[in-house]
Design a protein around this ligand. Structure first.
Ligand code: THU
Length: 142
């Protein structure tokens, strides 16, 4: 499936590719760029940032999310992803959960180096997201 993208995607797509160029990925050589769009049309980008201590690595999606949140943006409608793989890569499980906290119905498009694209709704990628119930948030242990 390679969905056609209308013109409104182009700024989001080019921002994701530019962000991929900033990736720090000397261990995997798998660069990822992400561009996250708010419901009022602002964009925040991220790239993966690896570390010699491998688990310290941050994914592109969560770098973009953190960048948005620190700027006061917390409502999102679309995400464009690109990575150094021929096939479009979906967001990893940890990023799905992180994004779903703010935008469970996020529309995600990913493009591979072959030019192939895939499109998903986050709610389809993470159908049973973890949430705390109000009773678990009021400080009570039981
Ligand atoms: N990576 C991301 O940036 N986003 C994902 O959703 C999956 C994985 C990065 C982490 C690591 O730097 C590299 O891709 C290989 O796992």
């Amino acid at each position: 499936m390679t969905p056609e993208l209308d013109d409104t995607w182009e700024p989001l797509r080019s921002a994701a590719f530019a962000a991929k160029g900033a990736a720090h990925a000397p261990y995997s050589n798998f660069r990822v760029g992400a561009s996250l769009e708010t419901t009022d049309g602002r964009r925040y980008v991220g790239c993966n940032i690896e570390n010699a201590s491998y688990p310290v690595t941050m994914c592109a999606e969560r770098v973009a999310l953190g960048s948005a949140l620190v700027d006061g943006a917390a409502e999102f409608q679309r995400l464009f992803l690109c990575a150094d793989s021929p096939d479009p890569t979906p967001p990893c499980g940890m990023c799905r959960q992180a994004l779903a906290e703010f935008a469970p119905d996020l529309l995600i498009v990913s493009e591979g180096t072959s030019g192939a694209r895939m499109e998903w709704l986050l709610s389809d990628l993470l159908p049973a997201m973890f949430r705390l119930q109000p009773s678990e948030l009021d400080g009570g242990a039981g």
